[in-house]
Design a protein around this ligand. Structure first.
Ligand SMILES: C[S@@+](CC[C@H](N)C(=O)[O-])C[C@H]1O[C@@H](n2cnc3c(N)ncnc32)[C@H](O)[C@@H]1O
Length: 385
């Protein structure tokens, strides 16, 4: 695939990040795990894809997420948010808020439903995105700014709704190769010309344990390569003791474990996004492209459950949005008007099986929530995990 050529300024930026990653590789003795490489490529202070100044979201960026597609996504989600808050406490915490679009639209939708949270906290790793979120919220919902709090860390205690849309796919993963008799971790070194290249080492420690458990549960062909997420399940499990009452609602692309580690998916799920082109090579365009991995939803609940979180629902995004009344929201728009036509195209993208409808999933995990959640009323697929 031919990718668009970056502008000279962007290339210079990328070279600066490549030097920083090369420095980290040297400091680590010549080899960096892919998780550390991905962390640097996405989040190295001031240089990483998410931490630098470049436009990432929307038509002029690299990819479009559900909240960026249409405000109907937030309006529909607001019903589920309102129910969770009424069952717990009137607080929302959004992790990985991107441009701030979901926060703005969700707050406005909740205001229209007379269900505003008392606080809307944003946990965002990128200082550049925090600034963009602040600016967008100041423009779109200035009267609600006093409810919004930016956090540096997970709070010690929280009750209410914890929300993450396309958060987990951006959390670094390890790359693993299952060879006959031995499991290898695939990491990154520098070749003679100073370019990044893959190199494998025997897997050790927690990664080896997790990879062995996967091999025990899924019939993997020899040489099978994929990703193993340690940090994303740990992030979810960290809520086990912090969440007093409420629910984590996580929306992302991914599968249950037996589909994630399916023999047909033998080169893994890494995907990079650059100017609306998707490709699988994370070693190029350092700092200029998003790097993502699909989510193993079985690993999430497997890690979060012993930490005290119960599975409250798991289904396809399409089913979740339909359960929450997406089509009713669409029907409130004037038929044949321009907003209606635009919304129809976006809704099609959100729910069509070949678009975001089936690949994207919604998982709810929580504590002390008694009522069944409306988003999972029909078509709950928890049994597939
Ligand atoms: C793919 S973007 C999704 C943005 C937004 N939720 C959306 O749907 O448009 C991932 C977001 O998660 C943030 N992020 C990644 N890891 C994080 C972490 N550990 N804590 C908080 N934010 C994180 C990134 O900076 C970015 O804002």
């Amino acid at each position: 695939m031919t990718l668009p050529q970056p502008a000279p300024e962007a290339l210079a930026h990328s070279q600066q990040l490549q030097r920083e990653i090369a420095r980290r590789i040297a400091a680590a003795g010549g080899w960096l795990s892919f998780a550390d490489f991905m962390a640097a490529a996405l989040y190295a202070p001031g240089l990483g894809y998410y931490t630098a100044w470049m436009q990432k979201f929307g038509a002029s960026g690299d990819f479009v997420t559900a909240p960026e597609l249409t405000p109907l996504f937030a309006r529909t989600l607001a019903r589920q948010a309102a129910q969770i808050m009424s069952e717990s406490a009137p607080h929302i915490l959004e992790a990985g808020a991107g441009s701030g679009r979901l926060a703005a639209d969700l707050l406005c939708a909740l205001e229209a439903q007379d269900a505003l949270p008392e606080t809307y906290s944003i946990l965002e790793i990128s200082t550049d995105l925090r600034q963009r979120q602040r600016e967008l919220l100041a423009r779109q919902a200035p009267h609600l700014l006093n409810r919004i709090i930016w956090l540096d860390d997970l709070p010690a205690r929280f009750s209410g709704l914890v929300l993450g849309n396309e958060l987990l796919d951006a959390i670094p993963v390890h790359c693993v190769a299952w060879q006959p008799g031995e499991i290898f971790e695939r990491g990154i070194t520098l070749d003679a010309a100073g370019q990044f290249q893959w190199q494998s080492r025997p897997a050790t420690g927690r990664l080896l344990q997790a990879a062995e458990a996967i091999a025990g549960a899924c019939p993997l062909p020899p040489g099978f390569e994929s990703e193993v997420a340690l940090a994303a399940p740990a992030w979810a499990a960290a809520w086990g003791e912090r969440l007093t009452q409420g629910c984590l609602l996580l929306m992302d692309y991914g599968f249950p474990r037996h589909e994630f580690y399916h023999p047909d998916r033998n080169s893994g799920t890494l995907m990079c996004h650059y100017r609306h082109h998707a490709h699988p090579d994370p070693l190029i365009l350092a700092g200029l492209q998003d790097i993502t991995a699909h989510v193993d939803f079985t690993a999430l609940i497997e890690t979060a459950y012993p930490a005290g979180l119960e599975l409250l629902g798991y289904t396809h995004q399409a089913q979740f949005l339909l359960n929450c009344g997406l089509l009713d929201d669409l029907a409130t728009l004037e038929p044949a008007s321009l907003p209606y036509i635009k919304a129809t195209v976006a809704v099609q993208k959100l729910i069509a099986p070949q678009e975001m409808g089936e690949l994207f999933k919604v998982m709810a995990m929580g504590k002390n929530i008694d009522a069944p959640l409306i988003g999972f009323a029909r078509g709950d697929k928890s049994h597939t995990l």
